[in-house]
Design a binder for this molecule. Structure first.
Ligand code: 5GP
Ligand code: ZN
Length: 133
């Protein structure tokens, strides 16, 4: 088993753990974008959201809320981003599902954004059809 997040999630490699239960470990990100930047890791390996079992997908958002409240209560952040990357094209660098929980502070100078496009109504309708039909 060569997956580093499997090893961290299952305690084979030490980490700054904020929370642990049977299914998940929540750790501090080694490259924290802001103070308290956490990663929610399922203990069972799934490469990404496409492969994550439904039960874990449902549980991970409950845990994200719990962590969000904890981080807000303890660190007094002003806001918080959830970020979850799937595939290299989307910026995923570790192929074990993880949800970033990123506390935000006024003036923290972080930039977790995209450049808004300007799709026409026709383009929006075309993609809507492609997705739904
Ligand atoms: P991704 O770009 O795949 O969404 O995010 C991977 C994240 O994992 C990055 O923010 C990176 O800093 C973090 N990371 C990578 N390796 C380790 C590690 O060994 N320990 C911890 N705590 N975080 C890691
Ligand atoms: Zn893994």
């Amino acid at each position: 088993m060569e997956c580093i997040f499997c090893k961290i999630a299952n305690g084979e490699i030490p980490s700054k753990t904020l929370y642990e239960d049977e299914q998940f470990r929540v750790i501090l990100d080694i490259g924290a974008a802001t103070r308290g930047h956490a990663l929610i890791l399922p203990k069972k390996h799934a490469d990404n959201l496409f492969e994550l079992p439904d039960e874990l997908a449902a549980e991970v958002m409950k845990l994200a809320k719990k962590m969000a409240l904890t981080l807000k209560g303890k660190l007094h952040c002003d806001g918080l981003n959830l970020v979850q990357n799937n595939g290299a094209a989307a910026g995923q660098t570790v192929s074990h599902f993880h949800l970033h929980v990123i506390p935000r502070y006024e003036g923290d100078n972080q930039n977790i954004n995209w450049v808004p496009g300007q799709p026409s109504q026709d383009e929006l309708e075309s993609v809507r059809k492609e997705i739904t039909e």
